[in-house]
Design a protein around this ligand. Structure first.
Ligand SMILES: [Zn+2]
Length: 346
């Protein structure tokens, strides 16, 4: 029996067809319409409806390139189910190079939203009702904030078996069992019974090749596990991500100039010096030391810090040594194999 067409935002996409569907979100002051654009790829055969979305924080760019490379991937011609790709959710922020909306709200705190609420609430409502509710699975793409980079990692509610399985299949070096945040897309998906995993990699306003590569591979891995794509002819060795027990932010205890001596992915022991805070004129150096052992999964890149600023995000594990090995193995594997569609970036 022929598969039914996919209906979204008043448009109909036939089986075997792919099309960009636009939903009008708002207008600029200039009266120029702003559309939320979704590439809909409706496979000929039944299967899950996967949403891949990026840039809910408007300055987090790796996800835009991940979406672009995903949409070019040849294997999509054999898609089972339906793939919805939204490279830019927060269009206002994207235009302004900003994480936020013009009213300074965080769109990822506006869900589920309402028709009569703030701008953010209205956009969230539209995305929730017109896009999210049409899906059976979601992968939400993020990066660290401005001046902060993240080691590629998946955040998910591991109590949800479907989300846990997607998190493992994705194959990022680290999995964090993250608390739901009020008003986030992740919480909204959870309330709708839709498993969602969040990929965090790299930093805002920059491209990071390994973060992009790991993102494209991870989405394809999840799609294969969901039987949306055929299995690889030559399967890669199954590498297990390191699942963190918890994580903490190490914060600056003084204002000043910060010199970091450690990079992402490095292992730290309790009490180890990770950098110093000094001032332009003094010889005084304050050591920044780790409160607990773990792996650095996020770090501040700007040397100017105020007391209380987050310097390092450190994940804790039952056995740090084995977590370090897993992270190294996956990071090497991602770094070593470029995708055929990937343009050379230097
Ligand atoms: Zn984000």
């Amino acid at each position: 029996m022929k598969r039914a067409p996919f209906e979204i935002a008043g448009e109909t996409v036939a089986p075997g067809e792919r099309r960009i569907v636009a939903i009008n979100l708002a207008r600029l002051y200039t009266h120029t319409p702003l559309d939320l654009e979704i590439e809909v790829i409706h496979g000929r055969r039944d299967g899950p409806v996967l949403l891949v979305c990026a840039t809910i924080h408007g300055d987090e760019l790796n996800g835009v390139e991940i979406c672009r490379q995903l949409m070019l991937h040849r294997s999509l011609s054999r898609l089972r189910g339906t793939l919805l790709v939204v490279p830019v959710v927060n269009i206002f922020g994207f235009i302004q190079h900003s994480r936020y909306l013009p009213d300074r709200r965080d769109l990822n705190r506006c869900f589920p939203g309402s028709e009569r609420g703030s701008l953010g609430s209205r956009i969230a409502h539209l995305f929730h009702t017109q896009v999210l509710r049409r899906c059976s699975h979601v992968i939400d793409l993020h990066t660290g904030a401005i001046h902060r980079s993240n080691l590629p990692q998946i955040r998910a509610n591991l109590d949800n078996p479907a989300a846990e399985s997607m998190a493992r299949e994705f194959g990022a070096p680290i999995i964090l069992d993250a608390q739901l945040r009020d008003g986030s897309l992740r919480e909204c998906a959870d309330q709708n019974g839709i498993p969602l995993i969040l990929y965090e990699a790299g930093q805002a306003l920059r491209f990071d090749n390994n973060a992009i590569r790991g993102g494209v591979r991870g989405i394809l891995n999840v799609m294969r596990a969901l039987d949306m794509l055929p299995a690889l002819k030559r399967p890669r060795p199954a590498l297990q991500p390191a699942v963190a027990r918890s994580s903490y932010w190490l914060r600056a205890e003084a204002d000043g100039i910060f010199r970091s001596t450690l990079k992402l992915g490095q292992r730290v022991s309790r009490g180890q010096a990770l950098g110093i805070i000094t001032t332009p004129f003094s010889s005084r150096e304050m050591e920044v030391t780790a409160s607990y052992a773990g792996l650095i999964i996020g770090r501040n890149n700007i040397p100017l810090v105020n007391e209380g600023d987050a310097l390092y995000h450190i994940a804790r594990f039952d056995t740090v040594a084995s977590a370090e090995k897993r992270v190294e193995a996956i990071s090497e594997e991602i770094g070593a194999h470029s995708l055929p569609e990937e343009p050379p970036t230097i």
